[in-house]
Write a protein that binds this ligand. Sequence first.
Ligand SMILES: [Zn+2]
Ligand SMILES: [Zn+2]
Length: 172
Amino acid sequence: MKSPRLQSRAEQSTQRTGKTSVEGGCACGAVRYRLTLLPLFVHCCHCTRCQRESGTAFVTHAMIERQCLTWSGEVKASRLPTDSKTRHEIVHCAKCLTPLWGQHGRQPSVIVYLKVCTLDVPEQFPPQAHIFVRSKLSWVSLDAEIPQFAGYYNAAKTWPQASVTRYRSAQC
Ligand SMILES: [Zn+2]
Ligand SMILES: [Zn+2]
């Protein structure tokens, strides 16, 4: 099944109701969260930081405005080093420590980087780009139709226009 079709299913339900019912949570169930809008953009990050922090080949992140993420249960943030020296935290379930989302820069950050595979139906949000493919592991093969970037990318040129507009208004 082609993933874009799954994504449009989520979009159709949003158009009907104006809201999403996109939910997820940690492994132990103590933290449950909900997105009140669809993500701005989804990318797979193959950077060496994401690889080490997750212990996996890459991490799939859905970017969404913080105000569009609500949750129940206790979370705790751990601060991690970054190459750019900007503040970077990962928010975990306080009980089972499942990483749920990342946040960068000033706190509270405007955008959070939700870990897509903590959603109940991660298949709804296939990646729209692969980034930091210069450190992609050699045995990971990518769909050539999905844009790939050696490092980070210019969001204003890569995201759909509606997401760029949403992002700009969230920063105000
Ligand atoms: Zn938990
Ligand atoms: Zn990364």
